[in-house]
Design a protein around this ligand. Structure first.
Ligand SMILES: Nc1ncnc2c1ncn2[C@@H]1O[C@H](COP(=O)(O)OP(=O)(O)OP(=O)(O)O)[C@@H](O)[C@H]1O
Ligand SMILES: [Mg+2]
Length: 609
């Protein structure tokens, strides 16, 4: 599958999927939030009703009116609204955090389940940055948007209801103006958002050009690019000026525009209501309430339309994230295998999927493979290996060595042909079973941020501290670790930058063997390590290979020579196979390779003996 994160096709109903995804596990939180919102909105709207009663009371009873009653009412309302707003904000904060956590967790987990093909088509760094910023944006907009919508909508509806109850005719006149207001507010909000984003983009472009021309000042002088750079810069700043003016115009026009509408509503209430008051059919208190309500509709109206516009503009992010979550991994257990796993769980079988526990043979049979359909990499590749053997893969760069082991690990699957374990297609076994029987050491060993201990434990999450030390000792890295500042608790910096390649490789040896895998796959490091580490690495390699079926992409002569089978690959085809002595005697491809690549190494070795 070649789905790309940045070009996920527009996906209808992404919001609904997102809502259900967040709502289901958070039902209680949502419901509480909604209840608190309605409560807050009701209290908020009640203030005006108290004012209404106060005015009517004073009009009717003059100085006899019981003012204390109103003072108490106001205080009670004030206290309730303050505490409910406080609670409301806390809940919304919790919703925001949970939402972000859920989205990130799900998208990262999902990424882990996707096959390598997906990452071939999507740059990982960019993908992560994109997801991080998308999920943050969604969480912020949704949580705080929900806050405003949850509060604003009941408030607006509440006021509408009160107005209609107080005087339905007058109410209808005031309400009639609000759909226009809502439309105008939406229109402005969307344009202001777009214009602000445009402005930000241009601004960062200018900054980038500015930085570039400063740091590249020598280069541009040499290339006589100064004039052009200046022109570019001028164009951008001119654009920035235009955009700023546009933005300013929109923002400054918005508020007066909305105000005109609201004033019209208030004016209509005053005029029509005033006539009624004079005729004695409407109390003064009701008129005051009407006018206050009409004015107080403005804020929630602006908030709600602003939030709706923001939500609308977040749709692209939501579609991207949901689209990503829906990308199906191309390599997954088949339905049949899933059934086997279930049965194995119930019957308490020895292996995860109820199949053989021991791996006796591994065979590549007529395997074809290409990363892209039109570019075959492996062509009719055949190789049979018995348990316990060490296979050294040699060949020029780009010949397909790493591809062979990637297929074995089932990071990719053959496009034609089969890979058989104990004579059975490995697609008939569960991925988890296969991969838990694999120990992998990569060419550039990857260490995770965390301690040395946790990095080794990654190979077997159940390993005890003693087992970790034992694994480290087995591959001769224990002493090196103990010399580090905090021993096994030494923090590994991002990507393991504080360690040498040799050290990283030794630690990944320990990680590879701690799960006691039956198959070991190793891409030997080509980068030079100091002779002492080299010696340690070679010794450790003996331990690592012992009793396992191993596939080593070998660069060291010592590894190649001691392998049981050497496989020479050329442009995706197996061209020679045999032991070191057999292949040398043949005087074929291996012989050439050996002479070209290792002659000097052999001489050095001989000299040092
Ligand atoms: N992820 C990928 N997507 C597309 N093409 C790839 C990918 N990985 C490798 N290739 C191509 O497949 C071919 C075989 O590559 P492979 O990495 O298996 O070679 P190799 O023998 O391991 O080389 P090296 O010794 O340099 O590691 C090369 O032509 C390479 O460009
Ligand atoms: Mg390779």
């Amino acid at each position: 599958m070649t789905t790309q994160y940045n070009s996920t096709p527009a996906r209808k109903g992404a919001w609904k999927t997102l809502f259900l995804m967040v709502y289901r596990p958070q039902k209680k939180l949502f419901h509480t939030l909604m209840a608190v919102a309605i409560f807050t909105a009701t209290i908020d709207a009640s203030f005006t009703l108290v004012t209404k009663s106060l005015v009517d009371d004073i009009v009717a009873n003059g100085v006899e009116a019981n003012l204390l009653k109103y003072a108490v009412l106001f205080t009670v309302l004030m206290l309730s609204i303050v505490s409910s707003i406080w609670y409301f904000i806390r809940l919304a904060g919790r919703l925001s955090t949970t939402l972000m956590y859920t989205l990130r967790k799900q998208s990262f987990e999902h990424l882990q389940s996707l096959s390598f093909t997906f990452f071939d088509n999507n740059a990982v760094g960019w993908l992560l940055a994109r997801i991080t910023s998308d999920t943050t944006r969604i969480a912020n907009v949704v949580a705080w948007g929900t806050l405003d919508l949850f509060w604003g909508i009941p408030f607006i509806l509440g006021i509408f209801t009160v107005l209609l109850i107080l005087d339905w005719q007058l109410g209808l006149v005031v309400l009639g103006l609000f759909p226009f207001l809502a439309a105008v507010a939406m229109w402005f909000n969307i344009r202001i958002l777009d214009s602000s984003r445009n402005l930000r983009r241009t601004n960062s472009r200018i900054t980038a050009v500015y930085n570039e021309s400063i740091s590249g000042v020598q280069t541009s002088k040499v290339l006589v690019r100064e004039d052009e750079n200046l022109k570019e810069f001028q164009n951008d700043t001119r654009k920035m000026y235009r955009l700023s003016m546009h933005n300013l115009l929109l923002t400054s026009a918005f508020y007066p525009f909305v105000n005109v509408f609201v004033s019209m509503a208030v004016g209509a209430a005053l005029w029509l209501g005033g006539v009624d008051v004079l005729a004695g059919t409407l109390t003064l208190g009701t008129l005051v309430a009407f006018m206050t309500y009409a004015r107080s509709l403005m804020d929630p109206m602006l908030e709600v339309s602003g939030k709706l516009a923001e939500l609308q503009r977040t749709t692209a992010c939501v579609e991207r994230v949901i689209g990503l979550l829906e990308v199906q991994p191309d390599i997954a257990d088949s339905e049949q295998v899933k059934k086997h796993i279930e049965q194995a769980l119930q019957s308490g079988a020895e292996t995860l999927d109820g199949g053989d526990a021991r791996i006796d043979t591994i065979e590549f049979r007529h395997v074809d493979f290409g990363y892209k359909a039109e570019e075959p990499v492996l062509k009719n590749f055949n190789l049979a290996v018995k348990a316990g053997a060490t296979v050294a893969l040699v060949g020029a760069t780009g010949s397909g060595k790493s591809t062979i082991v990637s297929l074995l690990c089932r990071f990719y699957e053959p496009t034609q042909g089969q890979i058989l374990i104990n004579g059975e297609d490995y697609r008939g076994r569960s991925l988890a079973w296969l991969q838990s029987n694999l120990g992998i050491v990569l060419q550039t060993p990857f260490l995770f941020t965390g301690t040395v201990r946790s990095n080794i434990r990654y190979g077997n999450l159940d390993a005890t501290d003693d087992e970790i030390v034992a694994a480290a000792k087995a591959v001769n890295v224990h002493d090196i670790i103990m010399q580090m500042e905090r021993g096994y608790d030494t923090e590994i910096q991002e990507g393991g930058n504080n360690l040498s390649t040799g050290q990283k490789q030794l630690i990944s040896f320990a990680r590879a063997i701690i799960g006691n895998p039956q198959i070991l796959v190793m891409d030997e490091a080509t980068s030079s390590v100091d002779t002492q580490t080299e010696h340690l690495l070679q010794q450790s390699l003996q331990t690592v290979l012992q009793g396992r079926t191993s596939f080593v992409i070998a660069h060291r002569l010592s590894t190649i020579r001691s392998a049981d089978t050497i496989v020479v690959i050329d442009q995706g085809e197996l061209v020679e196979q045999g032991s070191h002595d057999e292949l040398l005697a043949k005087k074929g491809r291996y012989f050439d390779l050996y002479r070209k690549q290792f002659q000097t190494e052999t001489e050095e070795e001989l000299l040092s003996q």
